[in-house]
Write a protein that binds this ligand. Structure first.
Ligand code: DAH
Length: 344
């Protein structure tokens, strides 16, 4: 048989073998048998060199065509069989329930914060924000808190590198620290805006406290500030009472007790009572500080204290969440134990 006559039969056999392969292993066997280095088709290719000069061009062309055809078929079959191998081997039961995606939820502190914010928004307040790395001016001086006040003691709070001072504040340079309260944002907002002002400021604060059931070195506060003409203590009482009733239940009672803060005059501490508080074995719990904005604070931000009046308050969010959910240890909020968090 001439060389040319041998090409087609071998090619056809190879084609049948490739087509008949039922899986990738059988396909590989067929490939080795025909196209591998010792394969039958490869053997034909090797004979090309021994042909005469006249026969070689035609034979070369034909055998290369056949080779391309077989290689194309091989890769086509390979793709088919791979796809087939990737399919599930068992038939699918469409009646089985689907896989549920676990939904996360908001942290209890975030839930309480959102609730309080929503409640103030309804009364026309907007949320304001300020830096957690603050300078002494905004945290203390501008709030009429004198340099010898114990709140400023280096033992009481987290100062940053004393070399890193700011000079942007009024009479700089001032040291930088992690803010000890959100009251600093009152100053930042009043420096930027003219009255009337109605803001609330949820945010993280830092104290040099050792963690125990009621203390943590970082916690959350909400600050409020209202500045307008003819603002009175009864506006303060009415607003705060309405929000606490909404967040903690209609039965709550509030008591405004005279107190001292350097940035308000008069100042009050707000005590809180409810069936839940009594269940915790107490009659009253302190929950917030507040008062009428001190005229010196207005002076410090360039407002005329003869024209403007206002009130401010600040309270800890953890305290509210603990009362609301009956939680007895503040550290639970920061441990991220899912068994705790899933309950809210
Ligand atoms: N800054 C105070 C604190 O951290 C809370 C506070 C008291 C805020 C009176 C106020 C205020 O705005 O008027 O304990």
């Amino acid at each position: 048989m001439s060389f040319l006559d041998q090409i087609d039969p071998v090619k056809e056999e190879a084609r049948e073998a490739l087509e008949a392969a039922k899986d990738l292993k059988a396909l590989e066997e067929a490939r080795v048998g025909y196209l591998g280095s010792r394969g039958r088709f490869t053997a034909l290719l090797k004979q090309l060199g021994s042909l005469s000069k006249e026969e070689r061009p035609e034979a070369g062309k034909r055998i290369n065509q056949a080779k391309t055809e077989l290689e194309n078929l091989l890769s086509e079959r390979k793709a088919q069989l791979e796809e087939q191998a990737a399919l599930p081997q068992e038939p699918t039961d469409f009646t089985l329930p689907g896989r549920r995606r676990a939904l996360g939820k908001l942290h209890p502190l975030t839930q309480v914060t959102d609730h309080i914010v929503k409640s103030f928004r309804r009364l026309g307040f907007v949320v304001a924000d300020g830096p957690e790395i603050e300078d002494e001016y905004h945290c203390f001086d501008a709030l009429n808190t004198p340099p010898d006040h114990p709140a400023r003691d280096t033992q009481d709070t987290f100062y940053l590198d004393p070399q890193q001072q700011t000079t942007d504040a009024r009479n700089g340079p001032f040291s930088r620290l992690l803010r000890t309260h959100t009251s600093s944002v009152q100053i930042r907002v009043m420096e930027q805006q003219r009255p009337p002002i109605r803001i609330i400021v949820p945010g993280r604060v830092y104290r040099r406290d050792t963690a125990d059931a009621t203390h943590n070195p970082t916690f959350q506060q909400i600050e409020g500030l209202y500045v307008d003409r003819n603002v009175t203590v009864s506006d303060l009482k009415g607003t705060v009472t309405s929000v606490f009733r909404e967040v903690l239940g209609k039965e709550v009672q509030l008591r405004f007790r005279p107190h001292y803060f350097s940035y308000t005059e008069p100042s009050f501490e707000i005590d809180f009572s409810s069936p839940l508080v009594r269940k915790m074995g107490k009659e009253w719990l302190e929950i917030a500080g507040c008062g009428m904005v001190h005229p010196q604070v207005f002076e410090n931000v360039g407002y005329d204290p003869e024209e403007w009046t206002g009130w401010a308050f600040g309270f800890g969010i953890e305290r509210i969440a603990m009362i609301r959910y009956g939680i007895n240890d503040i550290r639970l909020f920061y441990e991220n134990d899912l068994r705790f968090l899933r309950q809210f």
